[in-house]
Write a protein that binds this ligand. Structure first.
Ligand code: 13P
Ligand code: SF4
Length: 374
């Protein structure tokens, strides 16, 4: 394949000369182990474009003492090609906290980069595209949280990590979909109360409410990717693929979770496939998840209904390369915000990690529980 194909960087950034990297024998040799992993998912044509950038990014990482934290929703050439740490939001936050690299490149969305900055204020944290947002993070502001606290004095505020640092700064403790039930119960115990505010994802809050005796007060934020799946979609999939295991992310509506075989964070879904090796599986989540898991699960057939996250998809090999080359875009958070947000994130990080990625109990998930919507 060393055919001298050249790549023109497609970075949207103005004023930067396109980089040209040939697909040389040297590049081919350096990236051979990654190609061996990815060749079931990536065509040789695509690989000739990806490989030179992967080699160059991996070289720049060494030169700059940088690590790339890549979320499970990154495309396979990023996830398997340049990610040093890959996983769900909780796993990436833990990795950021223990990293000794000088530079963290967040291959994910802006709130994840802010979380890394909050946990590592002395490091340079870069995001390849500042517009990689999240519908949940933009559904609530710090002023909203102050209003909520005034309305429910003495009730602890648990905030999903899919929020800005300013929102986290108003928060008592953070959670992710991997530990939301654990965090809600911990907060209720610590505060000596029987109800907890869990914001901003309404569906996560409704799904968590069914897993615990703690009463939940919720905010009407939605993930624009997961809210689009419906119970009717699951019924259709069941009819078409009767033997398939259906795994759904807890940001999905309750009727989707009720009809599924398993619910957990992206890491928990990945763990399910790796350990149970189902013959056929459907991942009710963002599209790249199945692509990434499938690379390590050749014995499993993946049925692929999916919704793309337009924010996650803003990250590409091209802009990761530009980020490393030009130290951009640096994510900054006000020092006072860092201090307050850090307390909430650190409280979550300090909880004992679950022995296996937390799973939602589907018997409980099928029983309706009321939540109070703010
Ligand atoms: P996880 O924490 O499960 O990786 O989810 C993050 C996310 O943004 C899902 O939409
Ligand atoms: Fe946000 Fe949903 Fe995209 Fe995750 S998938 S980053 S929750 S919009």
């Amino acid at each position: 394949m060393a055919d001298g194909t050249t790549l023109e960087s497609t970075s949207p950034a103005a004023g930067i000369a396109p980089a040209r990297f040939p697909f040389t024998a040297e590049v081919e040799a350096a990236t051979a182990p990654i190609w061996n992993k990815l060749k079931s998912r990536v065509t040789p044509l695509e690989w000739r474009l990806h490989a030179p950038l992967i080699a160059e990014i991996n070289r720049l990482k060494r030169e700059k003492n940088a690590v790339i934290l890549a979320h499970n929703y990154m495309t396979p050439e990023i996830f398997h090609g340049v990610g040093d740490y890959v996983g769900d939001s909780l796993g990436l936050a833990r990795e950021a906290a223990r990293s000794d690299a000088a530079v963290i490149v967040q291959a994910g969305v802006h709130f994840m980069a802010e979380t890394s900055k909050v946990l590592c204020p002395d490091k340079t944290v870069l995001i390849p595209d500042l517009l990689a947002g999240c519908s949940l993070a933009s559904s609530i502001t710090a002023a909203d949280v102050r209003m909520i606290k005034a309305r429910y004095p003495g009730v602890p505020v648990v905030t999903y990590v899919n929020t800005t640092a300013e929102v986290k700064a108003e928060t008592d403790i953070c959670c992710t979909s991997a530990n939301a039930v654990q965090v809600v119960e911990q907060a209720a115990r610590e505060w000596g109360v029987d109800r907890v505010i869990l914001i901003p994802d309404e569906f996560l809050a409704r799904n968590v409410a069914r897993q615990t005796a703690v009463k939940i007060i919720a905010w009407a934020g939605r993930c624009e990717v997961h809210e689009r799946f419906t119970g009717a979609d699951i019924a259709e999939l069941r009819a078409a693929y009767p033997g398939a295991q259906i795994l759904a992310h807890p940001e999905c509506p309750t009727d989707v979770i009720e009809a599924s075989d398993f619910t957990g964070s992206t890491a928990a879904m990945s763990d399910f496939v790796a350990t149970r090796k189902p013959a056929q599986v459907v991942l009710i989540t963002e599209c790249s998840m199945a692509d990434n898991v499938a690379v390590d699960a050749p014995e499993t057939e993946f049925v692929r209904p999916c919704n793309l996250c337009p924010h996650m998809k803003r990250i590409s090999l091209e802009n990761i390369y530009e980020a490393l080359r030009h130290d951009r875009y640096e994510v900054t958070v006000d020092a006072a915000v860092i201090e307050r947000a850090r307390a909430a994130v650190q409280r979550m990080i300090d909880l004992p990690p679950p022995a296996v990625p937390a799973r939602y109990d589907l018997v409980k998930a099928r029983h309706h529980v009321d939540v109070e919507l703010i």
